[in-house]
Design a protein around this ligand. Structure first.
Ligand code: NI
Length: 196
């Protein structure tokens, strides 16, 4: 496995529409391994092929589980989505969102709270999945990357520097810090991963 370079805002590849994958090859299998490795290395929870410069419709996700104290467990839950289609969405929720391709930025984004997706897995077998909460958010965010869209287009407010905001633990949204110095420690402790 190897780490891949994550493309960042300004790279035209992030604004293209990508083609379906026709067959699983050794090269694509290696790409998927590399995508997981790169995503874990950068502490992301999702990564789409275009973000590492590959023009195919696939993305990977692994949402960390939390124990009772809110600490992330080491357990891995990798999911591969190839040629995904959104079957249906419902609900609406606004949450803070970030992206490995827009480093150190964060914004509040409104999206459906529930999604049903159909895709192929690593063995090119079709599966359907229903998701809520963070997983739904992540699926919709990664799906958008395959059509050249990034979350900042959907942001309900400004794109902030991550150091300037604090998270509202109840809503999962971010807001500008009122007192920058005093809030620093606190926000580091309970900062949820939202790099997609
Ligand atoms: Ni992203």
């Amino acid at each position: 496995m190897a780490l891949r370079e994550v493309r960042v805002a300004g790279d035209p590849i992030l604004n293209k529409t990508f083609r379906p994958l026709k067959e699983m090859t050794e090269r694509i299998s290696m790409l998927i391994d590399d995508m997981f490795e790169t995503m874990y290395d950068q502490e992301g929870v999702g990564l789409a092929a275009p973000q590492v410069g590959v023009l195919r419709r696939l993305f990977v996700i692994d949402i960390p589980e939390e124990d009772e104290d809110g600490n992330e467990t080491e357990e891995k839950h990798p999911i591969v989505f190839i040629n995904p289609e959104i079957v249906e969405t419902s609900g609406e929720v606004t949450l803070a969102e970030g992206c490995l391709s827009l480093p150190n930025k964060v914004a509040n984004v409104t999206r459906p709270s529930h999604v049903k997706i159909r895709a192929l897995d690593r063995d090119m077998q079709e599966f359907e999945m229903e998701a809520d909460d963070m997983l739904a958010r992540c699926i919709l965010h990664e799906f958008d990357h395959l059509d050249g869209h990034v979350y900042s287009e959907l942001a309900t407010g400004p794109l902030w520097d991550i150091e300037d905001v604090e998270e509202d633990g109840d809503t999962g949204m971010v807001r500008l810090k009122t007192d920058k110095g005093a809030k620093k420690k606190e926000s580091r402790k309970r900062r949820r991963r939202r790099r997609l």
